[in-house]
Ligand binder design. Structure first.
Ligand code: PLP
Length: 361
């Protein structure tokens, strides 16, 4: 007889992980919205230097990292949640806030982990379709908020469509959400969003909305995806306490903590990388548009394009793969006949455009 698993295991969707890790080094990895820039030498040194103390558990209060983030954003450390990637905080939020009978509302397509929250907790997911430009329909989301709503997720800039809401739109939206409903503004890519202003602008909102949480990560702009560090800036300490309550202690390794602290010291370099990524993104968008394809207005480190109806997404994916380019299929992210392409190095981007040109012409 096979092992009998819980009902929730049957409900939880399998995360669409990127493939191609076995293809060898000469592959343009444009499928996971990672940074094409390796961590700085001093960040690598900081992570390496703590390995000799690995017989001890890491600091379970994450005090150095917490203080560094508190100093950077001007909010108390008790209101900063940390996690093994921001995904960890997201899943913990689902566990802390949701249960059968509760509802979670979010736009769709958005980050592929969101459906997991309802499936794991037995809550109901209300998915509000994006508008014709692949942007959030904020009115549509507000209309779905009921007495049963516990959580609203806004992905800004939105993964996979790369579009962003501006701060005025978010503020007007927050004014319409009842204070008992937790709103997580998932800002994994906010540093790349010109339309958002600087990365402190949304932090100001925490003063006005006690139900707001800003979810951020070291995986993208700081180039530490492999070390898994995320954080949430919370308007109230309650959120941080609740997500800590549902998780194991010691979720951040000493190396991850040390690397994140050091990475925060190099903001000029981070800024330089952002400028370079945005410049590369703009040329990538232009190049793809020159092939005659629709591309969403990107505010992220990736772009989102639609393929012509007569061209099969699966053929383009495998054609790109044959040419050593890995991107993400729209179908696996909630929308058919589309591609999500990470902004890579200029060489990788050129390789992608050349390969795509051969396939769609
Ligand atoms: C919108 C969004 N939120 C959160 C995450 C999670 O990132 P991490 O767990 O690496 O911090 C991702 C990762 O791709 C993302 O796209």
């Amino acid at each position: 007889m096979p092992i009998e698993f819980s009902q929730r295991i049957r409900r939880i969707p399998v995360y669409p992980v990127a493939s191609g890790y076995d293809l060898g080094p000469d592959v343009a990895m444009l499928a996971s919205n990672e940074s094409p820039f390796a961590p700085l030498e001093s960040v690598v040194a900081a992570a390496t230097s703590v390995i000799s103390g690995a017989h001890r558990y890491p600091d379970p209060s994450y005090s150095e990292l917490r203080h560094a983030l508190a100093a950077r954003y001007g909010i108390p450390g008790e209101r900063i949640a940390l996690g093994q990637g921001s995904c960890d905080i997201l899943l913990a939020a689902g566990e802390a806030l949701l249960e059968p009978g509760a509802e979670v509302v979010y736009a769709w397509p958005a980050f592929s982990v969101y459906p997991h929250l309802a499936a794991a907790s037995g809550a109901t997911a209300i998915e509000v379709p994006l508008d014709a430009e692949d942007r959030h329909d904020l009115d549509g989301i507000v209309q779905e908020v009921t007495v049963a709503t516990r959580l609203v997720l806004l992905c800004n800039p939105n993964n996979p469509t790369s579009t962003a809401l501006d701060l005025d739109a978010i503020t007007a939206f927050l004014d319409r959400i009842p204070p008992h409903v937790c709103v997580i503004l998932d800002e994994a890519y906010c540093e790349f969003a010109l339309s958002l202003g600087d990365t402190y602008a949304s932090v100001e909102l925490l003063r006005r909305y006690p139900n707001l949480v800003l979810l951020r990560t070291f995986s993208k702009v700081y180039g530490l995806a492999g070390l898994r560090v995320g954080y949430a800036l919370c308007a109230s300490e309650d959120f941080r306490v609740a997500v800590d309550q549902v998780r194991q202690p010691f979720y951040l390794s000493a190396a991850a903590q040390a690397a994140a602290v050091e990475a925060l010291r190099w903001q000029d370099e981070v800024e330089r990388r952002v400028v370079q990524t945005i410049a590369s993104r703009e040329s990538l968008v232009d190049d793809v548009r020159r092939l005659g394809l629709w591309v969403a207005e990107s505010d992220a480190n990736f772009i989102w394009l639609r393929l012509p109806e007569e061209i099969a997404e699966a053929d383009v994916l495998s054609g790109l793969r044959d040419r050593g380019v890995l991107v993400r299929a729209g179908t696996s992210l909630g929308r058919e006949n589309a591609l999500r392409v990470t902004v890579g190095t200029d060489r990788e981007n050129e390789r992608f455009v050349a390969a795509l040109g051969e396939l769609v012409r």
